[in-house]
Design a protein around this ligand. Structure first.
Ligand code: GLN
Length: 280
């Protein structure tokens, strides 16, 4: 079988399963198997596939037809122009989170800081920041050891491994350290809303990275309470939050001696991130 036939039959199969991006996905899955870029595949459509490549392609198509996100099948997702390795214990990095990274990099332009990332997952936030702030160091925590493995692998790939420490424990167990910047994209979905998430999220993304408890604010509150003790005076706490949580989160922040410095909205005008300064 040649690449062109594989892509066509793959896309046909995915279309039957109502996968909207069926052509692109078929191309991406094949590119992964042939260890080439999609563009390289498309200019060499006559290349033939071995039996084992066809077998793997069919396995991938089968997973995709069951709506498994392509990022989990490819085990990677582009974020802040870098390819992040993923596994089943990491959330797929989202474009909204890039807004946070963009903001923080402008704020700390070339400065030397210490960063804590709470619930680092694939490490997308802290590693993107550290790879640009070359003199900065950080700590990444996650309760999932499997997620931390992915984050470590990413740190190695992006050449920042020597500037970041990884702890496989709850952030509540961090003492005797003070950070300039604490970032977190904590689980913030209200428990009763979890069942309304789309199938690809509900069935494939790690629940513990999504479930924010009864009001969705369990982890956000814990992060704010704890941050007071491990943030430097005038340090920054940057949180990603869920839709409609801004009012409550800003009250919790101000009640805890944080001052809101800025908010970041998505393209639908929802507040997605809150940036607060401690002790002002
Ligand atoms: N920090 C990671 C991300 O932004 C993981 C977040 C999480 O697991 N809630 O993707």
């Amino acid at each position: 079988m040649r690449a062109i036939e594989a892509i066509k039959s793959g896309s046909h199969l995915l279309r039957e399963s109502k996968v909207e991006s069926h052509i692109l996905d078929s191309e991406l899955l094949l590119a992964k198997i042939l260890k080439k870029s999609r563009e390289e595949i498309l200019i060499n459509l006559d290349q033939s596939l071995t039996a084992s490549e066809i077998l793997t392609f069919n396995k991938f198509l089968n997973r995709r037809s069951k709506k498994e996100p392509i990022a989990y099948i490819l085990k990677e997702k582009e974020f802040w122009s870098k390819n992040f390795f993923l596994n089943n214990d990491t959330l797929i990095p989202r474009p909204e989170t890039e807004l946070l990274v963009e903001y923080l990099l402008k704020l700390y332009n070339k400065k030397q800081i210490t960063i804590l990332d709470i619930g680092t997952g694939s490490g997308c936030i802290i590693l993107s920041i550290l790879s640009e702030l070359k003199n900065s160091t950080g700590v990444a925590v996650d309760i999932s050891s499997k997620a931390l493995k992915a984050a470590k692998k990413n740190a190695y790939n992006f050449k920042v491994l020597e500037r970041v420490k990884f702890y496989n424990k709850s952030f509540e167990a961090i003492f005797n350290k003070k950070f300039d910047l604490i970032v977190s994209n904590p689980p913030y979905i209200e428990r009763k809303d979890l069942k309304n998430l789309s199938c690809d999220i509900k069935k494939f993304e790690p629940l513990v990275a999504l479930d924010g408890g009864n009001d969705g604010l369990d982890l956000i509150k814990k992060v704010i309470y704890k941050s007071k003790y491990i943030i430097k005076r005038f340090g920054t706490l940057a949180l990603e939050i869920g839709n409609g949580q801004y009012r409550k989160v800003s009250k919790i922040l101000t009640d805890n001696n944080f001052k809101i410095k800025n908010i970041i909205k998505d393209n639908k005008n929802n507040v997605r991130c809150v940036i607060a300064i401690y002790g002002s």
